[in-house]
Design a protein around this ligand. Structure first.
Ligand code: NAD
Ligand code: MG
Length: 330
């Protein structure tokens, strides 16, 4: 099934006229949403903890800042842009008491709604606008007159206006300048988790580490192994990003193309695919979400251990030295 794409002409900023948007959190996404909304003429308040180091920063950018509960009280639309693992607690303590009939609760990722960490009342709208890029890009591209593509999804439409509101919000942050696609909370959440686990963060970094280890164990210099297995990955990913896998193969040498096409399927074979599917199943069943929430409640023992062991890996120590030779990476 192919998704419909929505552009500026499909979104009416007037839908947000007279409404206040409370952006909770001023991190990667929060600062970009708050500033883009503000410059699109929307009434914005930012919600933060009193002790937050972002408080001053948001104020000096010309935004009105309040404690989270106060901002939630002021907001007709409450956009939750704090780390996913803290959203449940902050929602219970500071947002739910102010989530009165007809308001809208918004997210940029479906995790908490999809896995029932947050269960909103039936008389509010619940929807998502999720930029497909990090916050600094959402901000930069907006100031340049363009936008980052977004996904939007409606979970609950109590007012009958959820879709128009979501599209208006997407327009106000620049999303409809590029194009906005409709999804569901389930699809966005499950594909996002699978992608980061099996391909982007987990899959790619283990592929790099394993390649590095094989070369070093075979007696090659770790510096050379670093360049071949990690450093040059950026070049390849940039080519795929710009023109897909064919474009990448077009740009590398014929030798690299033949070697890659004939050997790649031996690295990622049907067994690998089976294991990747098992990872998707853990996401779909909620087993991963439960494990991650338990990990948070227990004080992150496993995450801390895994972070430490990665830090000790030779690819990280060698990489640190080599990157210090690269002036352009700062
Ligand atoms: P972040 O870690 O960059 O920002 C977190 C912000 O929340 C900070 O301002 C911090 O001060 C504040 N905060 C932390 N704990 C808080 C608390 N208990 N109470 C109030 N404020 C608190 O987060 P982010 O990466 O911008 O992610 C926000 C949401 O956007 C998440 O749902 C994430 O999945 C989603 N998202 C992120 C990206 C991305 O590229 N970073 C892309 C799309 C969607
Ligand atoms: Mg993601």
């Amino acid at each position: 099934m192919k998704a419909t794409t929505y552009y500026n002409g499909d979104a009416d900023l007037e839908k947000l006229a007279g409404k206040t948007v409370a952006v909770i959190g001023y991190g990667s996404q929060g600062h970009a949403h708050a500033l883009n909304l503000h410059e699109s003429g929307i009434d914005v308040v930012v919600g933060l903890r009193r002790e937050s180091s972002s408080w001053k920063e948001a104020e000096s950018a010309g935004l009105r800042v309040f404690e989270t509960a106060q901002a939630a009280a002021k907001g007709d639309i409450i956009m939750v842009l704090i780390p996913d693992q803290h959203q449940g607690t902050v929602y219970k303590e500071s947002i739910e008491p102010h989530l009165t009939e007809g308001k809208a609760l918004m997210f940029a990722h479906g995790f908490n709604i999809h896995f029932d960490e947050i269960v909103p009342p039936a008389n509010v709208d619940v929807f998502m606008v999720a930029p497909k890029g990090p916050g600094h890009l959402v901000r930069r591209v907006y100031t340049e007159g363009s936008g980052v593509p977004c996904l939007f999804a409606i979970y609950q439409d109590a007012t009958g206006e959820a879709k128009e509101l979501a599209l208006a919000y997407a327009r106000a942050i620049g999303g409809t300048r590029a194009g906005v696609l409709e999804t569901t909370f389930k699809e966005e959440t499950e594909t996002d988790l699978f992608g980061e686990q099996a391909v982007l963060c987990g899959g790619a970094s283990e592929l790099v580490k394993t390649g590095f280890e094989i070369l070093v164990e075979a007696g090659y210099q770790p510096e050379i192994a670093y360049f071949e297995c990690l450093h040059e990955l950026k070049l390849i990913v940039d080519l795929m990003y710009e023109g897909g896998i064919e474009r990448m193969y077009y740009s590398v040498s014929d030798t690299a193309e033949y070697g890659g096409l004939s050997r790649g399927t031996r690295v990622i074979d049907t067994d690998t695919k089976k294991r990747m599917k098992a990872i998707l199943e853990e996401v779909q069943s909620g087993a991963f979400a439960k494990e991650w929430m338990d990990e948070n409640r227990n004080g992150l023992p496993n995450l801390t251990r895994m972070r430490e062991s990665l830090g000790d890996h030779q690819i990280e120590t060698v990489g640190k030295e080599l990157r210090s030779m690269m002036d352009w990476i700062k």
